[in-house]
Design a protein around this ligand. Structure first.
Ligand code: FES
Length: 137
């Protein structure tokens, strides 16, 4: 699995999202309740951009007239026809076995902990003696 460093955490404000092009795909990253979630930026129904989806709460009703909100902001409501998806795994609520949005694992790592790139310039020690610069090879 290839790793792609796409942004600093501060680039995506709480409650916001940002789209990144990764290997030819548009992936939208949401920042909700202190966590980050990545999904393909395309609704499986007719392809609406999920970056425009409303981030809503899960609403349950244990009995008539009583309802409870939970996981505020973690459910996506598609902007075109209102299908809803779980931001954590892309699963739909109306047909969870057949319809889902592709989701991607997200890791948050300190910059110092990230692996250095594969390209390293060759360097040479430099000594300065009197007025002459000497390069050792
Ligand atoms: S395109 Fe998303 S519900 Fe239709």
């Amino acid at each position: 699995m290839a790793r792609h460093i796409v942004a600093r955490t501060s680039d995506i404000p709480p409650g916001g999202n940002k789209v990144f092009g990764v290997e030819g795909r548009d992936i939208v990253v949401f920042h909700v309740n202190g966590e980050f979630f990545a999904l393909l930026n395309r609704c499986p129904h007719e392809g609406a951009p999920l970056e425009k989806a409303a981030c809503v709460a899960r609403l349950t009703s244990p009995e008539p007239g009583v309802y409870q909100r939970s996981r505020v902001g973690e459910l996506l409501r598609c902007p075109w026809h209102g299908w809803e998806f779980d931001m954590r795994n892309g699963q739909s609520y109306f047909d969870p076995k057949r319809v889902k949005v592709r989701s991607y694992p997200v890791a948050i790592e300190n910059g110092e902990a990230l692996q250095k790139g594969p390209y390293v310039a060759e360097t040479f020690p430099v000594l300065v003696e009197d007025s002459y610069v000497i390069i050792e090879t």
